[in-house]
Design a protein. Structure first.
Length: 172
C-alpha cells in the first residue's frame, strides 16, 4: 500500500513555522469572544476582525495583530514614492494613500499605514500588511499614471512598491 503525501494544509497544521507564507502575527489561538483590542478598538467576532459601533463592555481585552506590528515596527509592506512630482504634489499623494487606507480598513481592519516618512522628493509609507501597500501603489498609479513596480518577497508576506513620475518641462 502506498502512502499518500501530505497536503499543504496538513503540513502547515503540523508545523506552522515551515509554512512558506508564515505570518508571525497570525493569531493561532483565537481569543474568547467577543474580544476587543485595547489599543485601536477593533473587535474579534466569529473568526473575523470587525469595527463595531456598539462595543460590548464585558469583552475580553487583547492586542490585535495590527497594533502588535505597529508596536514592534514590523511592517508588512513599504511604498516608496520618488521624483520631482512627489515634491510638488506631496499633500495630494499622502491624502490619496490615507483615503485608500480608510477604504481598505472598512473591510480589513488590520490593514493600516504605520508611518509616513517625508524626505523631500521621496516619501516612504510603511503598512501593516502587504495588501495595503499594493493597493496604495495601484491607487496612485490610477490617479497619476507614472511608473509602478510591485515586488512580493517569495515565501514571505511582504511587498515592496515603488512609484515615480517624471514631471519634466520640455522646451519646444
Amino acid at each position: 500500500m502506498t502512502q499518500r503525501s501530505k497536503t499543504h494544509r496538513e503540513e502547515y497544521q503540523q508545523d506552522p513555522y515551515n509554512d512558506p507564507h508564515h505570518d508571525p502575527y497570525f493569531i493561532r489561538e483565537k481569543p474568547p469572544e467577543p474580544a476587543l483590542c485595547s489599543n485601536c478598538g477593533v473587535s474579534y467576532e466569529r473568526g473575523r476582525f470587525v469595527w463595531l459601533t456598539n462595543r460590548p463592555k464585558d469583552a475580553h481585552r487583547f492586542t490585535c495583530p495590527a497594533c502588535q506590528r505597529i508596536r514592534d515596527h514590523y511592517e508588512g509592506g513599504v511604498v516608496t514614492l520618488e521624483g520631482p512630482f512627489v515634491l510638488s504634489h506631496r499633500e495630494e499623494l499622502i491624502h490619496l494613500a490615507h483615503n485608500t487606507e480608510q477604504a481598505e480598513k472598512g473591510n480589513r481592519p488590520l490593514e493600516r499605514i504605520m508611518s509616513v516618512d517625508d524626505h523631500g522628493d521621496r516619501i516612504v509609507l510603511k503598512t501593516t500588511y502587504e495588501h495595503l501597500a499594493k493597493r496604495i501603489g495601484d491607487a496612485i498609479q490610477r490617479a497619476y499614471k507614472g511608473n509602478l513596480r510591485v515586488q512580493f518577497q517569495k515565501g514571505d508576506k511582504y511587498a515592496r512598491v515603488w512609484w515615480s513620475f517624471e514631471d519634466e518641462v520640455r522646451d519646444e
